[in-house]
Design a protein around this ligand. Sequence first.
Ligand code: C5P
Length: 414
Amino acid sequence: MSALEGRRILLGISGGIAAYKSAYLCRRLKDHGADVWVSMTKHATQFITTLTMETVSERDVLVEMFPKDKYVGTRHIDISDWTELAIIAPATANLIGRYANGLADDLLTTLLISMTCPVLICPAMNTDMWNHPAVQQNMKALRDRGVHFADPGSGILACKTVGIGRMAEPDDIVTVAETLFQTAHVNDLEGQHIVVTAGPTRERIDPVRYLSNYSSGKMGYAIADAALKRGAKVTLISGPTALTPPTGVDFIPVETAEEMHAAAVARFSSCQAAIATAAVSDWRVSSPSTNKLPKADGPPTIELTANPDILAALGERKSPHQYLVGFSLETDPKRLVSTDKLTSKNLDLLVANNPMTAGSEFGGDTNEAILVDRSNDGDELGLLSKRDLAHRILDRVAAHVATAAAAAAQTRTT
Ligand code: C5P
């Protein structure tokens, strides 16, 4: 059986001559059992008709943002929710630029900006356009955000020049799409609710000063984004960061450890997994001043009180079907792999990392982590991007979810 069997694919077509191949691509996707819904830009309809695409896809074709005599409502969100994989073929320089910059000035770009599922871009353009720094920069921005590419090939182009820019062949695009469904874990967390804590907390000293730490929140936001892309419902409880929450998360901004504790505990019972990446301040100021402490009074003596341990509180409340992941930051390599925290906080998985290791510094985009559970001495993952590490952690969550589902099914049949 093809990995595309029963999958819901949005095929986006923008205005380039390679659009003539999109009908064949659609047909091949359908041959593999996919349900394909086509969205075309106005320019694309100059190259291939909506009638052609309607006939091969066996669905209405989405072009107009506000079609006459049709109920519109929030259909861009409904269609995005329906989509498990979006393939944009061909993707012109213009479409790539609009998508990279978050523009939503027609239906296809509006759909793209509201999608949380994986997106596969199949560029097609003249070699000079492909090499233009603006186009390269836009593609880099999209790749950095986790968008997938089926890169163009070289050959004779419509402009009679020879060079890079020919859209990948439809059969190769189908193969890439199949691989994505097999390896990008499309929707393997569908129906699961995952709570993620992220970022630092701030503990007030007075109305203008606080105690905090260097956490950027990038790891937690990467996990939230990856979980969304794998079909989960995600609650992201975050201390103050400079990051934009991924589209589609239930975002709960908090400031202090006590606020994060209340938010996490309130949502824990409804989730299948919680992943605590937050760098929670261990202490708060016992009696924050309501007025700014005057400098003229000299350096204050600040008394501190221990904050609640959020992760331990979740561990106490954990049911057998729930999966709990904690992070462990140690600067002493000898303390890095320890199962103490696993047992003391009732965790299923501990992600141990050392911010003194090259590549694992605060605020970076990479992390070298060891995954420790009760069955092993630590799985050393080596240096990974935070996005890849997020997926490796979510693989563990997905495996737990699958085992729990199989056990539940077994109980029902016996
Ligand atoms: O005990 P330690 O602070 O090393 O544990 C780190 C883990 O515990 C992280 O996952 C962090 O998010 C979580 N934690 C927490 N609440 C605290 C302290 C840490 O949730 N007050």
